[in-house]
Design a protein around this ligand. Structure first.
Ligand code: UDP
Length: 443
């Protein structure tokens, strides 16, 4: 049912990429746009379908994705999904345009990983706006060399800051690669770059207060508007789009803990650990003598269903001091007064959620883009402590205590509080969001 005041004539079609770290920000963005008077239609693949009951204001359309297997290699998955989705999406848009003569589609807002949407929107002469669910710095890194394989600034030595941020990323010597995965990677990078360059505008889930320099550089590279409209989750506080069931009992447990005493540990929705890393984490948390809330997703420890690989005697040792859950209501956890630190894989959503609550981070990135986020957190903003090298219980104990209680972590904790204040001001002003809304009404 439409909410009173909704402009019936202004519909936005959101195209989702079906993973948690993408679904959350896209549906948060949809919630924001809905609250500003737009009608929202969410188009998504069958794979990892969102729970429609959590978003009664949206119209959801599931599109046949013809995916046979679970995603193995992410690049091949991406390229297959984009290829499979095209004709169904085209048909869907045709039907919508006929049906919605009076309730016109203002624009297609697509996750840039669903790059096929841009060219189809262009065929229908509908504006297409790309959404980067990652940071402006990673968008910049992507554009500067990923979206344009002929240019790699690390090789040219043109931008020292970018070189520093991207030094963990694999070099993109695309010509030298010829196996199927690398071909898929080259194709995906090229198509994403092309789709972004041809979009009507780009929305980034970031804040001017956080990424002013990267945003300025991005705007220099582009002739289209770039909106820093984040942090999306702060504009949609009630919105939950978890694919896994959130264990809310952990909030009652947090209620019993002292202020700022608990370290929250979560590596997001995709990262996996080896059994040995899992054991080192367990002993590190036991040895640090701090209360902890640890998210272990089922299947996230190689060779285990869940936590059956925990060392004998672990539970007795940590007793009531530790809590392990399969999935947490993370935004609520980070906003809880008992939480004083976040050991994270540095996914961009987790990064923004932590910054907005002023929770200093222990950073252990798992993949390339997370390495870039960790670099920003630990070396540029200095609001995180990096946990490098092999995971080892002694190093974990030392790093968690530095983050949470030791004197040498005080600066990190204080800086993160200053970042929280800056984020609050940015979110309150709604400058990026207002610019975006103004632009959407001008289409
Ligand atoms: N999340 C959650 N509960 C958990 C772990 C994660 O709700 O127990 C949410 C988290 O709040 C974030 C998203 O899942 O919005 C993970 O996105 P992120 O970009 O941090 O990492 P990814 O999962 O994409 O690696």
């Amino acid at each position: 049912m439409e909410k009173p005041g909704r402009r019936e004539g202004r519909r936005i079609v959101l195209v989702l990429y079906p993973f948690q770290g993408h679904i959350n920000p896209m549906l948060q963005l949809g919630t924001m746009l809905c609250s500003r008077g737009f009608s929202i239609t969410v188009v998504h693949p069958e794979f990892n379908s969102p729970d429609t009951s959590k978003h009664p204001d949206f119209t959801f359309i599931s599109v046949e994705d013809c995916l046979i297997d679970e995603p193995g290699d992410s690049m091949t998955f991406l390229s297959t999904l984009n290829a499979n989705f095209q004709s169904s999406f085209r048909r869907l848009l045709e039907q919508m345009m006929k049906r919605e003569a009076e309730n016109s589609v203002v624009c297609i807002v697509f996750d840039v990983l669903m790059y096929f949407a841009q060219s189809i929107a262009a065929d229908f002469k509908i504006p297409a706006i790309g959404v980067r669910t990652t940071s402006a710095a990673s968008a910049l890194a992507f554009f500067t060399y990923g979206g344009n394989p002929s240019r790699d600034p690390r090789l040219e030595g043109q931008d020292t800051e970018l070189n520093f941020l991207t030094k963990d990323l694999p070099a993109l010597d695309l010509k030298a690669r010829n196996d199927a995965t690398l071909k898929a990677q080259a194709e995906v990078m090229h198509s994403m770059g092309q789709a972004m360059r041809s979009s009507t505008a780009i929305i980034i889930n970031t804040m001017d207060s956080l990424e002013q320099t990267s945003l300025a550089k991005l705007r220099e590279c582009f002739s289209i508007p770039i909106f820093a409209a984040g942090s999306f989750h702060k504009y949609a506080p009630e919105s939950s789009s978890s694919l896994l069931k959130e264990d809310t009992n952990c909030i009652s447990w947090l209620n019993e803990q002292a202020p700022k005493s608990v370290i929250y540990v979560s590596f997001g929705s995709i990262a996996k650990t080896t059994k040995n890393q899992f054991l080192e984490i367990a002993w590190g948390l036991a040895d640090c003598a701090l209360p902890f809330l640890w998210v272990v997703r089922p299947g996230s420890v190689e060779g285990c269903e869940w936590i059956e690989g925990l060392p004998g005697g672990f539970n007795e040792m940590v007793k009531e001091r530790g809590r392990i859950v399969k999935w947490a209501p993370q935004k609520e956890v980070l906003a809880h007064s008992a939480v004083g630190g976040f050991w994270s894989h540095c996914g961009w959503n987790s990064t923004l959620e932590s910054i907005c609550e002023g929770i200093p981070m222990l950073c252990r990135p798992f993949n390339a883009e997370q390495c870039l986020n960790a670099r920003c957190l630990c070396h540029m903003w200095k609001v995180g402590i990096e946990l490098e090298n092999e995971l080892e219980r002694g190093a974990i104990k030392k790093a968690t205590r530095k983050l949470m209680v030791d004197n040498d972590g005080k600066g990190t904790r204080e800086r993160m509080l200053a970042f929280k204040k800056a984020a609050e001001i940015c979110v309150e002003k709604e400058a990026g969001l207002n610019e975006l809304i103004h632009f959407l009404f001008s289409l």
